[in-house]
Ligand binder design. Structure first.
Ligand SMILES: *Cc1c(COP(=O)(O)O)cnc(C)c1O
Length: 390
């Protein structure tokens, strides 16, 4: 039996391929330093683990959870929005829990697209926007993100007939892989655009809390009118080092929240309640763990910046997120440069074309190893490759 056409064309997830390559290197005895995957190496804060530990013994938590999420969890999300963004949300109608935001980002296309419908998808971008679109039978219209436009999509470049057909637009600020944030003016324009063409904006805000130099990235829901046209995806994964726990939420437009929740109620049965209590603890508990993580990433960011500059790169360090996005040297493609670095140094970087065609010619470094290992990665690269040309 053949799988669907969409599945036949679907390659393994980018990081599944990279993981295989790493496993091969390790089998050969190579000491791999993995700057590839955006998975925090720091542990989940202790108070969150303690809450999980208590909750797991309570038999009330052993049953099917509600798929929308415990009301208390959604209330904790609403309180967090209020204190962080000064946005008041109704936990009953404007928030739905997700089994990690990747799940919701993939599923929203299934809830909205009919066969052949169009989504507007940023490139480079998190692969799930495009993959979810394709698996749901839709088509992606690519919005190039270019340095000269501060890595924001140029709305004027989207043909009116495409915009009229489009159902969803995915955006992601702070951005993975490029590390930039969007300003208020962009969101204002975007909301206007979405109103004009009746498009649901799907804002992926997974990195809203990971920022430097006192920067506080915006929620799209802070902008007037956003609630009519936007849903925002959030995750505890990066903010609280909880990638393995699988917990997040979507918030915003009540119709979109209801549609996504109704879809989900038919395909999953929610997050294990003990994990939801851990999530409540994360959101309501002390927030200095977030500052502490950011302090650590800021230190690593300085090491990476110095390491890249020493080899000849002129790069902007990320304003937010834990990713450096940089061009490959002259004579290389993204793939050939990533391969060179791995073969000569045992350091894993992610080839930029994994994030789309416009990522070709770039690579991404994730600041997800400790200072010493990060320094060692750059020492190895300098020793093996030296100065680079562009
Ligand atoms: C890590 C990440 C997510 C969050 O994924 P979860 O499923 O919540 O763990 C979402 N979007 C982007 C761009 C990411 O990098």
């Amino acid at each position: 039996m053949n799988e669907s056409l969409a599945m036949q064309e679907l390659p393994p997830y980018l990081f599944a391929r990279i993981e295989r390559k790493i496993a091969e290197c390790r089998e050969q005895g190579i000491d791999v330093i993995n700057l590839g995957i955006g998975d925090p190496d720091l542990p989940t804060p202790r108070h969150i683990i303690d809450r999980m530990a208590q909750s797991i013994y309570d038999a009330a938590n052993h049953q099917y959870p509600s798929s929308a999420g415990l009301l208390e969890y959604r209330q904790a999300v609403a309180e967090w929005y209020k204190s962080r963004f000064d946005v008041a949300l109704d936990p009953k109608t404007e928030i739905v829990s997700l089994l990690g935001s990747k799940e919701g980002i993939a599923h929203i296309s299934f809830a909205y697209l009919d066969h052949g419908d169009v989504n507007l998808v940023p490139d480079p971008g998190y692969p799930v926007y495009n993959i979810g679109t394709l698996l749901a039978g839709g088509k992606s219209y690519i919005m190039p993100l270019k340095e000269e436009n501060k890595y924001l999509p140029v709305l004027e470049d989207i043909p009116a007939e495409i915009a009229q057909k489009a159902k969803l637009m995915f955006i992601n600020y702070p951005n993975n892989p490029v590390g930039v944030v969007a300003d208020r003016a962009f969101y204002v324009k975007l909301i206007d655009f979405a109103r004009t063409y009746d498009i649901l904006i799907c804002h992926d805000a997974a990195y809203s809390e990971m920022a430097y130099d006192g920067l506080k990235p915006l929620s799209i829901l802070q902008i007037p009118g956003a609630r009519e046209v936007a849903i925002e995806f959030h995750s505890l994964s990066k903010t609280y080092n909880m990638t393995g726990w699988r917990i997040g939420w979507a918030a915003g437009n009540s119709k979109a929240v209801e549609v996504l929740a109704r879809f989900k109620s038919n395909v999953d049965s929610g997050i294990f309640q003990a994990i939801q209590y851990a999530g409540i603890e994360a959101l309501r508990g002390p927030q200095n763990c977030v500052e502490e993580s950011n302090r650590i990433y800021a230190e690593r960011r300085s090491i990476a910046l110095a390491g890249l500059e020493k080899m000849g790169w002129k790069v902007n360090p990320p304003q937010a997120s834990f990713y450096f996005w940089a061009p490959v040297p002259k004579g290389y493609t993204s793939a050939s440069f990533a391969e060179l670095v791995l073969d000569k140094t045992g350091v894993v970087i992610t080839p930029g074309d994994g994030y789309g065609t416009y990522g070709e010619g770039y690579f991404r470094i994730a600041l997800t190893v400790g200072r010493e290992r990060l320094q060692e990665a750059f020492d190895r690269m300098y020793a093996a490759i030296g100065k680079v040309d562009f």
